[in-house]
Design a protein around this ligand. Structure first.
Ligand SMILES: Nc1ncnc2c1ncn2[C@@H]1O[C@H](COP(=O)(O)OP(=O)(O)OP(=O)(O)O)[C@@H](O)[C@H]1O
Ligand SMILES: [Mg+2]
Length: 227
């Protein structure tokens, strides 16, 4: 069996609210191999975005170990953890957040080119990705001149341009109509199959979740026992 791109063991995370520590994720373990996909579902507030933030080092776990592309991190942290996470995010982890995070002073095409360049990729298919994602007519527009769904698709093209080992996508079709969402999902799964990267996506969209190889329902694991 090939080594997992992502492995998580005993992951726990809570936040302090007033005097109280509120548990969001508790003793979670999972593994995603090359070419595999995992859908993270669960009610609003169940911890989907928190999990994705932990998996790219933007949150630090209270407990547990996260291994991405052979690099391991634990809750205790280490002096070089920030630098190792930053390097992984630059080259190996493509992240699409709930709010598309484009550079406002660059056109959609320039945003995609910059992301590929930062990941060490040769300039090439950026326009093609944008066209395949249905925003070919908007490539020269700036982020404030496109719709939320168009910006989200440009953010996805940025991740494709990196050719990452792991894609973390938070509601990648959240602002899209059903038809466009299906087209974007086709493109995402095609890209994933072609490059053999691992994919973790958080979504409320049951149809999208059903297309993934594995399903993690955080509502079912709610540490507060809520449904
Ligand atoms: N930085 C933070 N400080 C305090 N509480 C936080 C923080 N980030 C998230 N939370 C809390 O953790 C819980 C999980 O939030 P999270 O954003 O992970 O939920 P989600 O499943 O992504 O929800 P949604 O479906 O609405 O996007 C929520 O109760 C939220 O208020
Ligand atoms: Mg969320």
């Amino acid at each position: 069996m090939s080594k997992p791109v992502l492995a998580v063991e005993g992951l726990s995370k809570g936040f302090t609210s007033g005097e109280q520590r509120v548990a969001v994720l508790s003793d979670l373990s999972l593994s995603v191999g090359p070419g595999e996909s995992l859908a993270v579902i669960g009610r609003s507030g169940s911890g989907k975005s928190t999990l994705l933030n932990l998996l790219c080092g933007l949150e630090i776990p209270d407990e547990g170990t996260i291994t991405v592309a052979g690099e391991s991190f634990d809750g205790a942290g280490s002096s070089d953890a920030d630098a190792r996470w930053a390097e992984l995010r630059r080259r190996s982890i493509g992240v699409v957040f709930q709010d598309a995070n484009l550079m406002p002073a660059l056109s959609l095409l320039e945003n995609v080119r910059l992301r590929g360049h930062l990941a060490g990729q040769a300039v090439g298919g950026e326009r093609g990705w944008l066209e395949r994602l249905g925003v070919g007519a908007e490539v020269d527009r700036y982020p404030d001149k496109v719709s939320g769904g168009q910006a989200q698709r440009a953010a996805l093209a940025m991740v494709f341009a990196m050719t990452p080992a792991l894609i973390l996508a938070d509601e990648p079709t959240g602002s899209l109509d059903r038809h466009t969402a299906d087209d974007v999902a086709d493109c995402l799964f095609d890209m994933q199959r072609t490059t053999g990267c691992a994919l973790v996506l958080a979504t409320h969209d049951r149809e999208l979740a059903a297309r993934c190889d594995h399903l993690l329902d955080l509502s079912a694991l709610d540490p507060m026992g809520r449904e």
